[in-house]
Design a protein around this ligand. Structure first.
Ligand code: ADP
Ligand code: MG
Length: 281
């Protein structure tokens, strides 16, 4: 493609709400055959809400208050759902472990909220597994080292995501959902939008490994994401696409930013690149 044609293409991209880092990016976009999608904030709105609380040792209200205090210091979508679910006190000694959860001290108690760190007792394991089965995201609340409750949050699929996946499939791309969330929640979102392949329970550093594995199979991989934990995978992908409302690191690691946060724009980007390159051969 001539430099002029590519420049015209990036200009057309801007009209479509695509911020393309350089004209040469349209060249790499043309070969993409696989598109990996982060779930939370990319396929879903990322605005989660609390749907259920199970408590042992403490009351449901206390479990939620302890958890909300710690989560108020985190920006994770799960944290935001829990923090806004109730009034809460201050947290001290806050710590965040990416892809795992958060800890802090509340009212003199050491509180942890996150993935189970050890095998759950039956009174918590059953509600935890049930929540996953019905497509929720349960997290464990541990107080002074004792698992004491489960809080389940749920995410909503963006109303344009199903159409976006249809568009990507029409372009001949294979969509894959990649998420740190559990398999039940991932499969429920995948089914709702028409994605057949799901990779769940992925730790932040494993996202990039999954992209590399697909590339090792000879795939030309695009990745769409928004989070801090997506940045390395976005950089590794043959084409990285970030949501405009995503974190700065995700945007910096990407080739194209979807300014309108609409997944349909991912298909627009690939269509544009094929058109731009096709017309000037
Ligand atoms: P995603 O790919 O959906 O953005 P993450 O890698 O951020 O997922 O998180 C994976 C899992 O780690 C979550 O589903 C949750 O179990 C746990 N987790 C991460 N951050 C938090 C938090 N702030 N509070 C509770 N649990 C968390
Ligand atoms: Mg995300």
């Amino acid at each position: 493609a001539t430099p002029t044609a590519l420049l015209v293409g990036t200009g057309r991209g801007a009209q479509l709400g695509l911020l393309i880092k350089g004209p040469e990016i349209l060249e790499s976009t043309k070969k993409v055959d696989t598109i990996v999608l982060d779930k939370t904030g990319t396929v879903t709105t990322g605005t989660m809400s609390v749907t259920d609380v199970t408590a042992i040792n403490y009351s449901e209200t206390e479990i939620l208050e302890f958890a909300a205090a710690v989560e108020s210091a985190s920006e994770h979508p799960i944290a935001q759902a829990i923090a806004k679910a109730t009034d809460h006190e201050q947290v001290t000694d806050f710590q965040n472990t990416a892809g795992q959860g958060v800890t802090g001290v509340v009212r003199g108690h050491e509180v942890r909220v996150g993935r189970p760190s050890s095998t759950l007792i039956d009174a918590l394991l059953h509600p935890f597994q049930h929540a996953q089965k019905i497509g929720g995201t349960p997290v464990v609340v541990t107080i002074d080292g004792v698992d004491s409750g489960i809080i389940t949050v749920r995410d909503t699929v963006k109303d344009t995501s199903a159409e976006a996946i249809r568009g990507l499939k029409e372009l001949g791309l294979t969509p894959i959902l990649l998420t740190g969330d559990n398999e039940g929640a991932a499969k429920s979102v995948a089914a709702e939008v028409g994605i057949d392949q799901v990779i769940a329970n992925v730790l932040p550093h494993e996202k990039v490994q999954n992209i590399e594995a697909l590339q090792a199979q000879g795939k030309n991989v695009a990745m769409v994401g928004d989070g801090v934990n997506d940045a390395a995978a976005l950089a590794q992908a043959d084409l990285g696409l970030a949501m405009g409302a995503g974190t700065d690191v995700a945007i910096e690691a990407s080739d194209i930013t979807l300014m309108n946060n609409d997944l349909r724009s991912a298909a627009d980007a690939i269509r544009l690149s094929r058109k731009t390159l096709g017309t000037i051969k």
